[in-house]
Design a protein around this ligand. Sequence first.
Ligand SMILES: [Zn+2]
Length: 345
Amino acid sequence: MIDLLKDITELTGVSGHEAKVRARLRDYVTPLVKSVRSDALGNLLAASGDAGGLKVLVAAHMDEVGIMARKIDDKGFVRFTTLGSLRPQVLLGQRVKFTSGLTGVIGAERLDDMKDLQLSHLYVDIGASSKQEALDAVRLGDTAAFQSTLEVRGEQIIAKALDDRIGCAIMIECMKRLPDRARAHNYCWAFTSQEEVGVRGAQVAAQGLAPDVAVVVDVTPSGDTPKGADSDVAFGGGATIKIYDTIPPLGGFVAPPGLTEFVRSVAIRNDIKWQADVLERGSTDAMSIHLTGSGVPCVVISVPTRYAHTPHEIVDRRDVEQVVRLVLAVLDEIDAAAIGRMFEI
Ligand SMILES: [Zn+2]
């Protein structure tokens, strides 16, 4: 999985501009499924299993946070906006890579107090010495993401865009390791677009499919770094089972208690290390999926992650394995009866 993960995390694929990631994922997925297609939102949708079975959507987003050129000044510096949640303090001093392959370095206007740093103070230095030279290299609307290489440090994986290419890699691993009974479902494996700008790809994928149930695989912040997120999610503490999350005022997701109980019981029965995930800020594709059609029962299983939306996100391989095992066990055990008990507890 590490080689695949290195391959897909080092590509630039900012929300709505996922073409390179989509093409690479298509190469990996094609031998494993019946058919693969992309849709009008740029989702990559792979079908497998028994067409007569329970309709199961498994989703992970392939886009990443990044920046978009919005204006080029007279000296050839590129001013930009952000796609997804990115703090100016995180962007300052970083190397970025445009989808075209061009490298840039993010600089800032001199400020008396760095506390005042805002996005409007930042620019990308692409090495141009005039506006015209810059315009020859970058067009308005071009996107760039952090430039960073994957490194394995003991059990830890350090890379950009683990949010949520680790979810994409987990989905592919699950396709390979699907137990026999789980193969009877009618699968749509969705590598979704535009999650970081408002969970848009997933909404359309779910609308088109009208699944009986959806399993979303994503990352979630761990709360164990110094003065980090105020959360009990532990790095290395196993797969997380989503109970609740929210992005005020956009929305969020309240997991159906009976379905949460089902996933918990599956984890316990299969000796899978799990923890509950109650998140006060952030959400996943489930935020839009569960509201499509007549409503979709959703399960969200995540990998505890440090430093999401930075060039160096970290996950623990042991957590990743627990997520793979929990997704597989849920797919193995879920049926119409379990879904029917989604509000019973
Ligand atoms: Zn994510």
